[in-house]
Design a protein around this ligand. Sequence first.
Ligand code: GLN
Length: 197
Amino acid sequence: MVKVGVIGLQGDVSEHMDAAKKALENLGVSGEVAWLRKPEQLEGISAIIIPGGESTTISRLMVKSSLLESAKRLGEEGLPIMGTCAGLIMLSKEVIGATPEQRFLELLDVRVNRNAYGRQVDSFEAPIKLAFSDEPFTGVFIRAPRIVELLSERVRPIAWLGDRVVGVEQDNVIGLEFHPELTDDTRVHEYFLGKAL
Ligand code: GLN
């Protein structure tokens, strides 16, 4: 039985919970999805999602609750973790535009730029290409960070907007600039949860 945990301190938590439930259904896998607020709740969890929101707030609350440290350790041990938008920032090794007090899990060898798209194009939808599907996927970008550099060969691009990489994976960890939880399409969640089966 798969138990998916969504870090539920700030951001679009319920949208990710719904998407994960639907993805489990589509995969024909029995499981449950939990709203995580404390490290004790990580017991028995088979996959973690860090939602989009505001990475400064998510960082502050993850440090305060000790979820940052515990989730980082589980990620290092191989537990599947996916972060979208602010969640991608939380997973990155290097962040341009971070505040001095921001802390990260540093599980993805990428450099991202927070708030890189600028005001005029701060939110948009565009078809993106996925490494694991032939059909295009609707990428919803909301004040998205930009992946500006892959820092090691361990990082594999899995999503592209034109020829720009907008999603990556590094073994058990996935980071996406866009928000798959804001569409009805669960292909990305299904791919991620495949790592937990
Ligand atoms: N720009 C936001 C940040 O730095 C992320 C935006 C989002 O998650 N939609 O946290």
